[in-house]
Design a protein around this ligand. Sequence first.
Ligand code: GLC
Length: 521
Amino acid sequence: MSNEWWRTAAIYQVYVRSFADANGDGIGDLPGVRSKLGYLAELGVDAVWLTPFYTSPMADGGYDVADYRDVDPVFGTLSDAEALITEAHDRKLKVIVDIVPNHTSSQHPWFVEALAAEPGSPARDRYLFRDGRDGGPPNDWESIFGGPAWTQVGDGQWYLHLFDPGQPDLNWENPEVRAEFESILRFWLDRGVDGFRIDVAHGMVKADGLPDAACSDQASLLTSRALPYFDQDGVHEIYRAWRKILDSYPGERIGVAEAWVPNAERLARYLRPDELHQAFNFHYVEADWSATAFRQVIDDSLAAVAGVNAPSTWVLSNHDVQRHVTRYGGGEQGMRRARAAALLTMALPGSVYVYQGEELGLEEITDLPEEVLADPMWERSGHTERGRDGCRVPLPWSGSEPPFGFGASSWLPQPQHWANLTAEAQRDDPDSMLALYREALRRRRELPAEGLEWLAAPEDVLALRRGAVTCTVNFSAAPVTIARPGSVELASCPVADLGVDEDTVTLPPESAVWWSGDRDG
Ligand code: GLC
């Protein structure tokens, strides 16, 4: 790996609450993550991104932070975090932590102080307090989780929360806010973290005067429309300041933007050479299962980052979206497509993200009992949106009964059929999803860092070349015969199902193959 490790890194997302529970309370924790570092090293990833483990009342699974410099007792202690960083480094794994700068928890000392203070006071100025309009909220903004984005306090003023009322938005025009976050970055950089995943990186700066959004259907993260509270130009100044801090530390410390923006060009603005290193490619998440859609999103993504000399990222799943086995149709079809998508994704130039459990082929759990749903979206939507708990069910590690080695119990129930999908059950099975991920991650390291050449292919097939490797993907539900690109290196389907001939190969439906050398190779 070059010094700029992040250009090609495979980064594994750990949703701490659901990864591994060391203390037996049914909730994943940092010692649990530490106990599984061997698994992650063996899987072959380069870095681990940990979702927030800071002190939090958990109004939004920890994305509501009350103390950015400490660990919530549910997840462990500050020394557990330090031990985890050290041991990860011993195993050659980088550690990326989540930073949540758009909002704090309503229990953060600053917000407690703001509530006790007068309208117009310096304490209120750290947040976005406003007087109402015609007896209602100051403008028409809606919370991403449903309902108005404003809540009224005792003295009649309203405060902005783009998410839950327990997540008041900070005022990034206030220099104290900027200084505090720079200090928080340093706090974790001093503890050795290799980077930050920046939560709602497109949200911190709001349009002057907080104008109405004047559109319905605002309430979605996956929005492609321009909104007065997202992707404002002023946000880039913050990242220019942060980049200077990152660059002042030894090693390559990185910033990764979680920015839901209308298109790849807008996203590339976060990746200009004096800003952040990577941004999640949510357009890739959104691509429909078709050769045309994937070709388009890959081309657009690569073209946009080429102009700023940044790597593209490739993301299939995370803790906010439906798991891709389910998104691609579920059942056997979902699994078949997910295997093919994994091979395509790992063949692309740039950095790939793996969300915990996708390497096990886990699907979204869509029938969690209502009484266990914890995502604020469920309550805020008036029980019309079940929310994101279905992709956050604790991982199955071993054994034949829930909680499958996750801990003594699990905070969300796991389905019985996950007995077949535990890490233990898949470890030695060469046909398993886990084996496919391990192999693809290993061979991916041999691919050149950059460059992708498209090869001619029939309508429903993509064929691309990366150095000595050709990757073919048949998106269609029917077999397709093509000229044989080389010898089989790795396949998403059983190799016996590939109709390999001297000159041709028949690709089974919804399958991907890595080929090496030329046809005679
Ligand atoms: C990001 C997180 C999501 C959280 C939201 C508010 O989108 O990924 O889980 O709910 O920010 O912090």
